[in-house]
Design a protein around this ligand. Structure first.
Ligand code: FAD
Length: 472
């Protein structure tokens, strides 16, 4: 069903419904995304300050058949927040919906509006002596609405799950402008279909999240963090097994990084202090949290010592202070920014079953090497089987010269992951970047059900047109 553009006449009608200052012109902030692959050319930006204003905007768009692109922090990596073509949409920014509505210590729950940044939510939880565990390098800008819409993962999934697992309830505006009041602190509620789980991960195509009720956890009294030089990627899994045997589900993070990433950091971010110089071929950052009275450092050290005796770990440093721990994480989190500065030809966000992870790394290296002199940077949340596989031009050359190879490289990486029982969209979602991959790799019954859900909940197709579902 064709949509209409948000033209001047529509802008005037919409402006009359909303407080002065709610509408703004399209500026670069709302038109670009971190990887520079998508650019919005036109659209009206609306920044509502209440769920009622969001509902008014959605009703007006439904009546006029104008598309709406929800926009949080703009840090999404698959272009879901940017509409590059088609009729001009309303870009609905949640930046003024940014209050922490409350923290409830009895329920261990926090209610935040969609535009609150992840960092603000983490800080509010900490102020209440609780932990909100979702943690991403983009957390200073990424919003609660955005991380739920993307079902973001990050570094703590091993222990606490994706964003979905941390959400108890939602408040959202549906495509007809009705408001769903689902901000419950309940852990148990089986009264009908779970609309919350449908909206989480829907990337703004089924509803607009205006607030969320989030799970809080006790803050670990003690944290142990180690930076290790590994024999090979298989050693990461062996070490994870040893750490879990010693620490149970206290293991919160297990990040695998190839040397290429550290070379890029040294080249582009020389102020970042690297935990080991020269960097090892494979490094692992492993972290665990535990209660007071349990010597977590000793338990992690014992697991590492066993791994060294078995030849899995060649060298290791245990953080002796908060500052050293922060330095380890700064080195890990510098890798995406260093990648961005070098300029990837193609970036991939895959997951494979844990047992397949070492074999996948070997096979992807061989496959890419056979396709040309590309530099390969593999890093990610190995404890979840989630790896970022990013391909770069040879040293001294720009990525533009290899643009025509991008599709073939991506196809090769995705075919490999899919063929090994993996996912080609592990944590960043589909957006507009992977609609083709969804069409190629999704189970046909699932794809048909997704289309039916979209048609039922957004019959006019106004919510984030062109995102997630391939044209069908
Ligand atoms: C440096 C960096 C590191 C990152 N690291 C990770 C990582 O470790 N793990 C990970 O999973 N991701 C990571 N990401 C990507 C991550 O998905 C985003 O940071 C975050 O989830 C998106 O939040 P946002 O507020 O910026 O959303 P946006 O980019 O604004 O939007 C993302 C999607 O959500 C939709 N959306 C936004 N707000 C709403 C709303 N209120 N209701 C409905 N739909 C909405 C948009 O339309 C779009 O489809 C990283 C990104 C960067 C730049």
């Amino acid at each position: 069903m064709a949509l209409n553009p948000a033209d001047d006449a529509f802008a005037a009608r919409l402006g009359a419904l909303l407080p002065v200052g709610t509408l703004r012109p399209l500026s670069p902030r709302y038109a670009t995304e971190p990887r520079g692959r998508f650019r919005a050319r036109e659209g009206i930006v609306a920044a509502p300050a209440s769920p009622a204003e969001v509902a008014a905007i959605v009703r007006a768009c439904a009546a006029a058949r104008v598309g709406i692109v929800p926009f949080g922090g703009g840090t999404g990596l698959v272009g879901g927040q940017i509409l590059p073509d088609g009729p001009a949409p309303v870009i609905l920014s949640t930046e003024r919906l940014n209050r922490i509505r409350g923290v409830d210590g009895t329920e261990d729950a926090l209610v935040a509006e969609a535009g609150a940044t992840l960092a603000a939510v983490r800080a509010a939880a900490e102020q209440a002596d609780r932990l909100f565990p979702l943690s991403l390098a983009s957390e200073g800008s990424a919003t609660i609405g955005g991380v739920l819409a993307a079902n973001a993962g990050g570094t703590q999934v091993l222990r606490h799950g994706n964003a979905r697992a941390l959400c108890l309830g939602l408040e959202a505006v549906l495509a007809d402008g009705s408001v769903w009041h689902g901000l419950t602190p309940l852990r148990k509620d089986n009264l009908g279909y779970d609309l919350r789980d449908l909206l989480i991960g829907a990337e703004g195509t089924l509803g607009i999240v205006t607030a969320a009720s989030l799970r809080l956890f006790p803050r670990p009294a003690r944290t142990a963090t180690a930076w290790l030089a590994l024999r090979d990627p298989a050693a990461a899994l062996a070490l994870l097994g040893r750490a879990r045997a010693a620490l149970g589900d206290g293991v919160t993070a297990c990040e695998l990084m190839a040397r290429q990433g550290f070379d890029f950091v040294a080249e582009t971010l020389p102020d970042i202090r690297q935990p080991m110089t020269p960097p090892p071929a494979w490094a692992l950052l492993i972290e665990a949290g535990g209660p007071a009275g349990f010597d977590i450092d000793a338990a992690l050290e014992a697991a590492v010592a066993d791994a060294m005796a078995a030849g899995e770990v060649a060298d290791g440093v245990i953080a002796r202070s908060g500052a050293q721990r922060a330095a380890f994480w700064a080195a890990r989190e510098a890798i995406p920014e260093a990648n961005r500065r070098i300029g990837a030809i193609a970036s991939h966000d895959i997951a494979v079953p844990l047992a397949a992870l070492p074999g996948f790394i070997d096979r992807v290296a061989a496959t890419v090497a056979a396709m040309g002199p590309f530099r390969l940077n593999v890093f990610g949340h190995a404890g979840d089987g989630n790896l970022h596989v990013n391909l770069f031009p040879p040293a001294g050359q720009g990525r533009a010269a290899f643009a025509d190879r991008r599709a073939a490289l991506t196809r090769a990486v995705h075919d490999l992951a899919h063929g090994m029982g993996g996912s080609v969209a592990a944590e960043h979602g589909v957006g507009r970047f992977k609609t083709g991959a969804l069409a190629r790799y999704a189970d046909p019954a699932k794809l048909a059900a997704m289309r039916a859900v979209k048609a039922a909940l957004d019959p006019l197709g106004i919510l984030n047109p062109g995102a997630v579902l391939p044209p069908g």
